[in-house]
Design a protein around this ligand. Structure first.
Ligand SMILES: [Zn+2]
Length: 291
């Protein structure tokens, strides 16, 4: 491009000298200047797109290596009784995790989109939660490890999917519309855009999201409801429930359940309904989660 511009400059000047037309020469030079700026801009765009594409790949690779390091650690804990191996595995995980953290600056520099930034932050959070789960000296059940692994991988694949779209890598069927516009923001949207993560699927969770409810009232409300359900586990999937009390004000609070299956959602609801005559609750929705 630089060479071509130079040729254009020279030919512009030669033409101008031959015809002794200064206006022609000036307009030629102005055109070349605009062309140069445009070229520089296009060049910048291309560099940036390339940087993003490379970054999307890097996120996938380093996060996967980090997940593998946690699985190695789990294997060492299961094998048991050699604490040197366990410490080595923990150290290896730290090295892999450091590579993930090193990418964060690049992610924030290359991507302005909040879904990508928040998504990446959640990958780092989930990797640490996953590591904490298996780092104990006592091995946790394999099923729990698999659940945690899929929780991290889900976040990784969601984030890569957002980032790929922005970087111009098409991972989805182009015939399917992906734009979600002009509708009310749902709790799912807020989850995607939030830097805070959702509770881990292997842990019980209950919270209130009620407008105008004071902290102490919220605490009392949870203290009243928690004992009814916190020890419940789905007998089929061995998972606890995530329960959200939502509403614009105290007079109209709805329950949103996130559970592994509908059967378990029904059990949780039944327990919550026990002694619930006058607390203003109504049933809103069940959201069985298929992970
Ligand atoms: Zn279940």
């Amino acid at each position: 491009m630089a060479d071509l511009s130079l040729v254009a400059v020279l030919s512009g000047i030669v033409d101008a000298l031959e015809e002794v037309s200064w206006t022609a020469a000036l307009s030629g030079i102005a055109g070349i200047a605009v062309g140069a700026v445009l070229n520089a801009y296009l060049r910048y765009r291309a560099d940036r797109a390339a940087a993003r594409k490379e970054l999307v790949e890097a996120i996938g690779v380093v996060a996967d290596q980090c997940i593998a390091a946690v699985i190695d650690l789990h294997a060492v804990v299961v094998a048991g009784n050699n604490s040197a191996d366990r410490w080595k595995a923990i150290a290896q995980y730290r090295r892999e995790y450091a590579s993930v953290i090193a990418l964060e600056v690049r992610v924030f520099r290359e991507f302005k989109d909040r879904r990508v930034r928040a998504g990446f932050r959640k990958i780092t959070n989930r990797l640490e939660r996953f590591r904490n789960l298996v780092a104990d000296t006592e091995p946790v059940p394999d099923a729990k490890v698999e659940l945690a692994q899929s929780w991290v991988e889900k976040q990784l694949s969601d984030t890569i999917s957002f980032a790929s779209t922005i970087a111009g890598i098409n991972l989805t069927d182009p015939s399917r519309p992906i734009f979600i516009g002009f509708r009310r923001v749902t709790r799912q949207d807020r989850k995607v855009l939030s830097f805070g993560d959702e509770p881990a699927p292997w842990e019980f969770h209950m919270e209130t999201q009620v407008g105008g409810m004071e902290d102490k009232d919220s605490q009392a409300f949870l203290a009243h409801n928690k004992p009814k359900v916190e020890s419940l586990m789905c007998t089929v999937h061995n998972r606890p429930a995530h329960i959200y009390f939502v509403g614009h004000d105290r007079s109209n609070i709805a329950i949103e359940l996130e559970t592994c299956c509908e059967e378990f959602a029904r059990q949780v609801e039944k327990k919550l309904a026990g002694g619930r005559k006058n607390d203003g609750l109504r049933e809103k929705s069940q959201k069985p989660r298929s992970t």
